[in-house]
Design a protein around this ligand. Structure first.
Ligand code: 8YV
Length: 330
């Protein structure tokens, strides 16, 4: 929040005077009842809204007739009612690019931790169970040279592919709606069907947007197509995976391990089987959660909304062609 306020103060009085009212919220559900009421009052007058995990729905949109721009501090926007915003001509801005490398780093942290069993073995040491030389029962699996299958070859998927190919000598397969010739030229990556990727990859990494097409993309059938010694990594959204099917696949040895940063229900209840399995590394949705990147995301989110409301246009928008001021802004 402090960084966002600093960004607003960066404007001179003339620019600020041109800005209409902006409501700022980091996570609506974290507000208490009084603050939620105050926020709704501010939103009813606001022309712009910037925040983290926004809890907007159509009811809230109807209470904000002046709202023109929503700016989410995330690249994903599946938590927002885009169709309803399009109908109302409300501009939705997000924060791609500034989080790409950090999220790709997180994916590789999960790949390393899952393949080499880092959390499980570190816990063994910390709990005083390292009593003899490590032997086969504690061995992990290599990362270098293994085939990395990336499901979703957008900006983050491409950054993960570069880490794998250039850093770890990994052959890269990718499943995407269209071929990426630049990835193939740069990394020798190969475009293939999801089924072929699942049958060939030693590590399957999910980096797709969450939508109706990717809901439970990794169901029991997809998991069964993976290699028995393969690992599934998810830095996309939890609901891309059928978690019940994943638990069963892990318990039955259909696949060997999983490294998960996102879950169908977040925060992940500690009672969830995935939280208790030794062959599963779980992280609390920290894909972009570094000081540097979250500051950059907040700055981008505020600069998007300032640019849109002040007439210069957003830096990164999802639906600019549906914005009621789009034509005026050209
Ligand atoms: C968000 C993410 O920062 O950008 C996304 O889509 O999932 C994260 O990087 C986080 O969800 C916001 O709290």
């Amino acid at each position: 929040a402090e960084r966002r306020i600093v960004t607003l103060r960066r404007l001179d009085e003339a620019q600020l005077s041109r800005l209409r009212q902006i409501a700022v919220v980091d996570a609506f559900e974290d507000l208490n009842e009084t603050n939620q009421a105050q926020f709704m009052e501010a939103l009813s007058r606001a022309h712009g809204l910037v925040g983290g995990k926004l809890e907007l729905d159509e009811v809230m949109l109807d209470k904000a007739p002046s709202l023109e721009v929503v700016s989410t501090i995330s690249v994903g926007y599946d938590h927002l009612p885009l169709a309803a915003m399009n109908e109302r001509g409300i501009l939705l801005c997000n924060t791609p690019d500034v989080l790409t490398e950090t999220t790709a780093d997180t994916a590789f942290a999960l790949i390393m931790a899952t393949q080499r069993r880092l959390v499980e073995l570190s816990t063994m040491v910390r709990e005083g169970r390292w009593t003899a030389h490590v032997d086969r029962e504690h061995f992990g699996s290599d990362v270098h040279g293994k085939t990395l299958g990336i499901v979703g070859a957008g900006r983050i998927g491409a950054a993960i592919a570069r880490r794998g190919a250039l850093g770890f000598g990994m052959p890269i397969l990718y499943a995407a709606n269209s071929a990426k010739p630049e990835l193939e030229a740069e990394l020798g990556a190969r475009h293939c069907s999801l089924d072929e990727l699942l049958s060939r990859a030693d590590i399957v990494c999910l980096v797709v947007p969450y939508n109706a097409d990717t809901h439970h993309l990794m169901d029991a059938g997809a998991l069964a197509r993976m290699k028995p010694n393969a690992a599934l990594i998810n830095v996309a959204r939890g609901k891309v995976v059928d978690e019940s099917a994943l638990v069963e696949a892990l318990e039955r040895g259909v696949i060997r391990a999983a490294g998960l940063d996102v879950f169908a229900e977040e925060p992940l209840p500690a009672t969830t089987p995935l939280a208790a399995m030794d062959n599963v590394v779980v992280l609390p949705h920290i894909g972009s959660a570094t000081h540097e990147t979250r500051d950059a995301m907040a700055r981008r989110a505020v600069d998007n909304i300032i640019g849109a409301l002040a007439g210069e246009g957003p830096i990164s928008a999802v639906n600019e062609h549906r914005w009621r001021h789009y034509q005026q802004n050209q």
